[in-house]
Design a protein around this ligand. Structure first.
Ligand SMILES: Nc1ncnc2c1ncn2[C@@H]1O[C@H](COP(=O)(O)OP(=O)(O)OP(=O)(O)O)[C@@H](O)[C@H]1O
Length: 237
């Protein structure tokens, strides 16, 4: 089942500018799409366009009926005055989550992510990795249909990374679709179903690793090798 249909003709930060062009893809239920590409290629701009945050857009972004999404930004954002527990309460009330159920789930998540002892502290005072885990918790608690995640791995220790990967795997099994931008290609290669490789604001390649290998004419290559070939523009249509 299709959760999201993205047909970006162009999008930019100023009128008539086109930072990204012709980025078209769909996201299916249970699917994990890796959004990859060099610095400045247009990954975050693509995410902002999908989120409806760009003003100068031609094209269409269509979320299927009743689909709810959660966005995990690259840099965590919190309210300075609220503890993590108060953030969870806030999200639960905005999303209309059922009190009993969400509290039980929140305690479980806090325990799993080793944040239970910090639940009544201000996330603004957390370490970087703790802040990222806290952001993830605030997304997980809402059980959205879609996760839009901008570079989740920077700052997570190996244990937190494993927890994160387990959580997203469980969410996929529940049926959630995920778009995740990342530079951590060896992990992306292992966990993503498909890739969108953005270069110079355009989709330079897309598809499964196998399809990307075929495009690069590299049969056994890693995503890392394909990435370099495409980013160096050594692969042509
Ligand atoms: N707020 C902004 N205003 C104007 N230009 C911007 C803005 N944010 C990004 N850009 C420009 O848009 C282009 C694409 O940037 P974007 O942030 O989408 O890249 P990215 O692929 O996410 O890069 P990175 O891997 O470094 O995060 C770059 O040329 C960048 O300078």
């Amino acid at each position: 089942m299709k959760l999201l249909d993205v047909q970006i003709n162009k999008a930019g930060y100023e009128k008539d500018a086109d930072t990204i062009r012709n980025i078209n893809f769909t996201l299916e239920k249970g699917e994990l799409i890796g959004l990859i590409g060099p610095n400045g290629a247009g990954k975050s701009t693509t995410i902002k366009t999908v989120l409806g945050l760009m003003e100068n857009v031609t094209g269409t972004i269509t979320f299927s009926d009743q689909v709810r999404y959660s966005y995990l930004p690259e840099r965590p954002i919190f309210y300075d005055e609220l503890t993590l527990w108060e953030h969870l309460d806030f999200v639960a009330s905005v999303e209309g989550l059922e009190q009993e159920k969400y509290k039980k789930f929140a305690i479980e998540l806090l325990r799993t992510y080793k944040l239970e002892e910090h639940a009544h502290q201000l996330p603004a005072t957390y370490s970087k990795g703790m802040q990222q885990k806290a952001m993830l918790l605030l997304a997980l608690i809402t059980e959205p249909d879609i996760y839009i995640i901008d570079e989740p791995f920077i700052g997570l220790d190996p244990r937190a990374m494993k927890l994160f990967l387990t959580s997203i795997e469980e969410e996929r099994k529940r049926g959630a679709g995920i778009i995740m931008s990342t530079h951590v290609l060896d992990t992306a290669e292992k966990v993503c179903d498909r890739f969108l490789l953005v270069n110079n604001g355009e989709l330079a390649a897309s598809g499964t690793l196998e399809e990307i290998r075929t495009k690069c004419n590299l049969r056994e290559a890693s995503l890392f090798d394909c990435f370099h070939l495409i980013a160096e523009e050594l692969v042509h249509e």
